[in-house]
Design a protein around this ligand. Structure first.
Ligand code: SF4
Length: 344
C-alpha cells in the first residue's frame, strides 16, 4: 500500500485525518508544528504525540520530505536544485542569494501546457501537476531553507493551471499554523489564466506578476499561445478592478527580444495599455535557448525602453540575470535531460 504524505496538508485536512483515527482534536495543530515549524522528516520525531498515535499515523502516512537529487552552482552563487516528483519525473527549483535577500524560484508543474515560444519548460510539454506536498518540499528541503526571505512561483509550470495544489501551498506558507510567511514575500507569476487569476485575486494577498511580453495581440499570440484564450487587454481591464496601491503588488514581466518587441512603438503601446494602473514593469533579458530564432535586446535598447516607460509614469526596472551558466535563468528550466538519464 502506498502511503500518503502529511507534508502539504492544511490544518483542516489534518483535523479530518486525526478525527478519522480517533485521536484528540489538538493533535492536528501539533502535527502542523512538527511539519512546518520544526520541519521533521519522520513521524517518529513527533515526540509529543503518544506512541499509539504515531503508530496509527505511520500505518497510512509518511512525512513526505525528500532532499534534492542534485545541485548545480552558478558562478554568481545561484544554485539550481533537481528534485524527484511524481513517478520517475523531475523538477527544478532555483535558489538566488542577493545581498540580504535569498529568493527561491519554485516550480508548480512537471513541464507546462502553455508552450510559450521562448521557454525551455514549454518545449518539454506537460507531464503532471505537483502536489502541495511537492511544492512545499522544495521550500523546506533545500539546505538554505531557513535563510529564505522571498518566494517566487516562476519556476517550471503555470501556477494558475494547478490552482488546487498551489492555493493549498500558499495557505500553508502564510497561515500562522504553517510557515507564517508574510504574503508580501511571495509572488505568483502567471501567463494570465483568467479563472485561476480571479480566484487568486479574491483569495490570496500574495503579489502577482503577469507575463506580458508584447502589447500587440497578434504579436503576443505568436510567442504566447495563451493570448488566444486570455487576451492581455481583457486581463488588464480585469486587473483594473483591484486595488494594488496598498500591500499587494502587481507587476508585469516583459522579456526583451531584439527587433521584435523592443521598439519605441512597443514602449509607447505598453505605456498606453498600462496607463493609470498601479503596477511595476520588470524588463528581462532573453536567455537564448536551442532551436529558437530570437535574440535578446542589447543593454542600450533596454535602458532606453526603461527610461521611456519611467517617464510615462510606470515604475520600471531591469531584472538582473542570474544563473545563466547553469541554465537556471528565466525560461531556461527543463528536466527533459534528467528524465532521459533516469530512463536509461
Ligand atoms: Fe509555461 Fe511559464 Fe514557460 Fe510559458 S514561460 S511555457 S507559462 S513555464
Amino acid at each position: 500500500m502506498t502511503q500518503d504524505t502529511l507534508l502539504g496538508k492544511t490544518l483542516n485536512e489534518l483535523t479530518d485525518i486525526v478525527k478519522l483515527l480517533g485521536l484528540p482534536g489538538f493533535t492536528s495543530k501539533q502535527i502542523c508544528d512538527w511539519l512546518y515549524q520544526k520541519r521533521v522528516t519522520s513521524i517518529d520525531e513527533m515526540t509529543n504525540l503518544s506512541l499509539k498515535a504515531r503508530n496509527q499515523l505511520k500505518e497510512k502516512y509518511i512525512v513526505g520530505r525528500s532532499t534534492p537529487v542534485s545541485a548545480q552552482k552558478s558562478q554568481d552563487g545561484t544554485i539550481k536544485y533537481l528534485f524527484g516528483a511524481n513517478e520517475n519525473q523531475f523538477i527544478e527549483s532555483v535558489y538566488i542569494p542577493d545581498k540580504e535577500r535569498a529568493t527561491l524560484c519554485v516550480s508548480s508543474q512537471v513541464g507546462c501546457k502553455m508552450n510559450c515560444l521562448f521557454c525551455m519548460t514549454g518545449k518539454q510539454g506537460f507531464s503532471g501537476n505537483l502536489t502541495s506536498g511537492e511544492i512545499i518540499n522544495q521550500i523546506e528541503s533545500i539546505p538554505e531553507s531557513e535563510s529564505l526571505t522571498n518566494l517566487v512561483f516562476m519556476g517550471m509550470g503555470e501556477p494558475l493551471d494547478n490552482t488546487e495544489n498551489v492555493f493549498k501551498a500558499l495557505e500553508i506558507l502564510t497561515a500562522t499554523w504553517g510557515f507564517a510567511w508574510s504574503p508580501k514575500r511571495i509572488t505568483v507569476s502567471s501567463s494570465g489564466l483568467k479563472k485561476g487569476l480571479l480566484r487568486f485575486l479574491e483569495e490570496s494577498q500574495c503579489h502577482v506578476a503577469i507575463s506580458l511580453h508584447s502589447p500587440f495581440p497578434d504579436e503576443r499570440l505568436s510567442i504566447m499561445p495563451a493570448e488566444k484564450a486570455f487576451p492581455i487587454k481583457e486581463l488588464v481591464e480585469m486587473l483594473r478592478q483591484y486595488d494594488f496601491s496598498k500591500q499587494r503588488r502587481l507587476s508585469f514581466e516583459y522579456i526583451m527580444f531584439k527587433d521584435f518587441n523592443d521598439s519605441p512603438r512597443h514602449a509607447n503601446a505598453l505605456a498606453q495599455l498600462l496607463k493609470g494602473l498601479d503596477c511595476r514593469i520588470n524588463l528581462i533579458r532573453f536567455h537564448a535557448i536551442p532551436g529558437i530564432n530570437l535574440n535578446s535586446s542589447d543593454e542600450k535598447r533596454m535602458f532606453e525602453f526603461r527610461d521611456f516607460l519611467t517617464k510615462s509614469g510606470l515604475h520600471t526596472t531591469i531584472r538582473a540575470s542570474r544563473g545563466e551558466d547553469i541554465f537556471a535563468a528565466c525560461g531556461m528550466l527543463s528536466t527533459e535531460e534528467s528524465k532521459k538519464k533516469a530512463d536509461e
